[in-house]
Ligand binder design. Structure first.
Ligand code: GDP
Ligand code: MG
Length: 163
């Protein structure tokens, strides 16, 4: 079986956009098991020939916002625990917000390797966010544009040791 990459991050940073780009039409299943796994989408990803299983932690965007942190935490912890590597995505245009810092705190205590990606980094609008993301403690972020397909070579290089 291929190794598993989990895309982690607060809502609206572009996780599903990256998932869709990497999986294309190869979406294998929507897990309908009870509990947290129902919010996961999994698929077979291909990134410039690099093949791996990818998990999008999704499905909670329409939940009551008051319950979001708890649900996100459960999601994040379960997905990260099961993954060989976590892609921690932030929004370079929005910059770092408290929820990103909270997720960073959870990720810091896991043994799963973390790759930090700053999405929506097409153009100059993302520069400040990329710099802010350096303070999260996961090294220099990989600037990415999931929507426009920019940064995929750097993402390939970052993932390659793990998958
Ligand atoms: P998720 O909640 O983290 O899964 O985020 P989505 O993938 O649903 O994307 C949230 C919004 O960000 C959507 O409107 C996307 O079109 C937009 N988005 C995703 N990737 C990019 C990107 O690379 N650049 C820009 N400018 N917008 C993006
Ligand atoms: Mg999503």
């Amino acid at each position: 079986p291929h190794p598993t990459v989990a895309i982690i991050g607060r809502p609206n940073v572009g996780k599903s956009t990256l998932f869709n780009r990497l999986v294309g039409k190869r979406l294998a299943l929507v897990d309908d098991q009870p509990g947290v796994t129902r919010d996961r989408r999994e698929g077979d990803a291909n990134l410039l020939g690099l093949e791996f299983r990818i998990v999008d932690t999704a499905g909670f965007e329409d939940q009551d916002v008051a319950t979001l942190p708890g649900r996100m935490r459960v999601q994040t912890e379960a997905a990260v625990e099961d993954a060989d590597v976590a892609l921690f995505m932030v929004d370079a245009r929005a910059g770092i917000v408290p929820l990103d810092e909270e997720i960073a705190r959870w990720l810091r205590v896991t043994s799963t390797p973390v790759i930090l990606v700053a999405n929506k980094a097409e153009g100059r609008a993302g520069e400040t966010g990329v710099i802010e993301a350096m303070a999260l403690g996961f090294g220099d972020p990989i600037p990415l544009s999931a929507e426009h397909g920019e940064g995929v070579v750097d993402l390939f290089d970052a993932l390659r040791p793990y998958v």
